[in-house]
Design a protein around this ligand. Structure first.
Ligand SMILES: [Zn+2]
Length: 338
């Protein structure tokens, strides 16, 4: 098979790789329908995470089951499936508590920018659709495997409720999906921090009511202006930088909540400031698996269309260009077709 391999920052290549095989009886092999490049893939691409040796890339996928291990009974060859970027047995105590992305058997997916993928913990991880979905649904279903599931978790972790005010920090694919989630969960006012016209447009289409272009102290002041001087009920932190976290914590009203889903890089939180702010803080890798059945239904019903975050579609063999376009912010998110 063929897939993407990162060799060094800025150096992603499309290469011939060994075909994936069933290693454990709990594995499945899928033929990739579509896959994509994630904002988090840009951390090693930009050198913000080390690349010690060449390794495959990609953690988002939808596909058709080709083979299952002897212990996998929930899906069968020929079915169209969606799974999370973090695999889970969906039966352990952490899974049952709703934290499938912290399953005791968790393995993070990391080889999905390829035409075939081995899925560990397939029984608990994969959700099959009733029928083969029309191709028009594939981008939105693919978005569920990470960015839409993560946006949903951000809104849940920030405790977005009907009638509430939400702020979304970050206008990448996750932030934009966070807007969809906040809207679906009933937020009345959705303020998006964004400086990019095309992303602002999509945010408004997804349900944003206000756009804030200011950053830092000015951005915080602007949010306070829009929220009666106290800050928002819920803030979705979808970036992972110190600036974004500070923006989020200081844009939240006392008693409000921050859901942080941007993978933190050099983020440190001041304990005293957090203590006196009365702001609640919860985040981490999204328990996408728990949300999949509900989100799949919302996609098929046409309630949500997170596939719109893909504004560049390329053949899988041009994966390197997909990274480059996102790195240079020419694209929000790249869809890859094997
Ligand atoms: Zn588990």
């Amino acid at each position: 098979m063929r897939g993407a391999v990162i060799h060094a920052p800025g150096d992603v290549r499309f290469e011939e790789l060994d075909d994936p095989k069933i290693i454990h009886p709990t594995d499945a092999i899928i033929r990739t329908a579509v896959t994509c490049v994630c904002g988090t893939d840009l951390w090693p691409y930009r050198g913000a995470e080390p690349v010690d040796q060449p390794h495959p890339m990609g953690h988002e996928y939808v596909g058709i089951v080709e083979e299952v291990g002897s212990e996998v009974t929930s899906v069968k060859p020929g079915q169209f499936v969606i799974g999370s970027f973090a695999t889970s047995d969906n039966t352990c105590a952490n899974c049952r508590a709703g934290y499938q992305s912290n399953c005791v058997r968790r393995e993070f997916m990391s080889t999905c920018q390829a035409d075939h993928v081995r899925i560990p913990n397939a029984q608990g991880t994969l959700v099959a659709t009733d029928e083969h979905p029309a191709e028009q649904f594939w981008p939105s279903l693919l978005a569920l495997s990470d960015v839409m599931g993560t946006g949903w978790w951000a809104a849940k972790a920030a405790e977005v409720k009907p009638g509430s005010t939400a702020v979304v920090v970050g206008d990448g694919a996750v932030g934009l999906c966070g807007v969809i989630a906040a809207k679906e969960l009933g937020a009345e006012r959705i303020i998006v921090m964004s400086r990019h016209e095309s992303r602002q447009k999509l945010a408004l289409e997804f349900g944003a009511t206000d756009i804030v272009t200011e950053r830092g102290e000015e951005g915080i002041a602007r949010v306070k202006d829009l929220t009666g001087g106290v800050g928002a009920d819920s803030v979705l932190e979808c970036v992972g930088t110190p600036e974004a976290m500070q923006q989020s914590l200081r844009s939240t009203r006392p008693g409000g909540n921050v859901g942080f889903v941007g993978v933190p890089h050099d983020v440190a939180i001041d304990g005293q400031e957090l203590f006196f702010s009365h702001v609640g803080l919860r985040g981490g890798p999204a328990p996408v698996r728990g949300y999949l059945p509900d989100l799949i239904q919302r996609v098929f019903e046409g309630r949500i269309n997170p596939g719109k975050v893909f504004d560049l579609t390329l053949p899988l063999e041009q994966v390197a260009e997909g990274y480059k376009a996102m790195d240079e912010r020419r694209a929000i998110k790249t869809l890859l077709k094997p």
